[in-house]
Design a protein. Structure first.
Length: 344
């Protein structure tokens, strides 16, 4: 069975398994924020009818203030995915290492632009030919976080390599971990997303932090009006609510230990995580996924993540009530296995 779909495509997954789409879907495959925002965004006809600001100046100014960086050190993009492709467009003919397991779009972009891809599982696997190194921190799909001090040592050890570090999930880190200050490293380019925490996945908005010369190069290849007007209107509305990110982290700080603890009590094997999602070992991922789909529950497979290879499923925490539905489904799955039906 071909498991190529990203998370957050639940209807495709039901179709893949030949299961009718239920009236209610519990999508645990998508790593979006479960905490609702109570503010309002004014998307009037003028915003929809007018061209967006091709500089995304208002968003850029807010980001600069929050990050303590100059406006010439950042580029606002159509989600961090656009930034991935812009960066990859400069790597044609070069070897780029990808620290696995991680988000599959890095490889897709690199191959599209004719770069060589070297999959590594530790920094000691780097070779002289690797001019660029891609990593996701916190890691998607595992939720694992590499401490800032450890990364700083790596960046200093390889000053001749450019490191692209994707921090799309940094806002969900609920444990108070010290985060990397990339301003201290000229060989580091940082990607960040505003879509996940701010409920803007459909609007698409993210940004790159790098040296001004790098930003100028990326900007020269970015299409005009790349970041749409609704996204530029919505992002500042969210960002000005400075309490919302901490409300989000407070929710996960309480809910993740409860959710994971209940699954541990059922005998589920769950890897450590620093964010709002985790990977759970699956002795037969197809049977587990089918069992959950039949109950309206969607999880993310890991068959296209090197190093995981379908031995796990990825689960993103949702509301407390929905998490309880997942826990009860896993209780039923445990009973199903104990009855021997799992082996039929």
């Amino acid at each position: 069975m071909d498991f190529r779909a990203h998370g957050a495509n639940p209807e495709k997954f039901f179709a893949l398994f030949g299961i009718p789409v239920p009236d209610k879907i519990y999508d645990f495959s998508s790593n979006v924020n479960a905490v609702k925002w109570n503010g309002k965004i004014d998307l009037n006809e003028n915003i929809l009818a007018s061209y967006p600001d091709d500089e995304a100046a208002a968003v850029r100014r807010l980001i600069a203030e929050r990050c303590g960086r100059g406006e010439d050190e950042m580029l606002v993009t159509n989600g961090s995915n656009e930034a991935i492709y812009l960066l990859a467009s400069y790597m044609s003919g070069s070897s780029a290492a990808i620290l696995e397991p991680c988000y599959g779009e890095y490889e897709r972009a690199l191959l599209a632009y004719g770069a060589g891809v070297h999959h590594i599982f530790d920094f000691c696997d780097l070779t002289e030919e690797d001019k660029y190194v891609w990593l996701c921190n916190p890691c998607n799909p595992t939720g694992e976080y590499t401490e800032a001090a450890a990364l700083a040592e790596i960046f200093s050890e390889y000053p001749d390599k450019k490191f692209i570090i994707d921090e799309a999930y940094r806002d969900f880190m609920y444990g108070g971990e010290k985060q990397l200050d990339a301003r201290n490293f000229a060989n580091v380019i940082v990607l960040r997303s505003l879509t996940k925490i701010y409920h803007l996945c459909g609007a698409r908005i993210g940004y790159v932090l790098a040296a001004p010369a790098v930003i100028e190069k990326l900007k020269s290849r970015q299409p005009t009006w790349s970041v749409n007007a609704p996204a530029q209107a919505a992002a500042p509305a969210f960002m000005k609510d400075t309490e919302f990110p901490e409300q989000t982290r407070a929710y996960y700080r309480a809910e993740m230990p409860r959710f994971i603890g209940a699954l541990h009590d059922l005998g589920c094997d769950i890897c450590d995580t620093a964010v709002n999602f985790f990977i759970m070992r699956a002795d037969d991922d197809e049977k587990l996924i089918r069992f959950l789909l039949e109950r309206g529950i969607v999880v993310r497979h890991t068959r296209n993540f090197p190093g995981l290879d379908g031995k796990f499923v990825r689960v993103a925490a949702r509301t407390r009530e929905e998490n309880d539905i997942f826990i009860n489904a896993m209780k039923a799955y445990k009973a199903y296995k104990e009855r021997g039906e799992h082996n039929k």
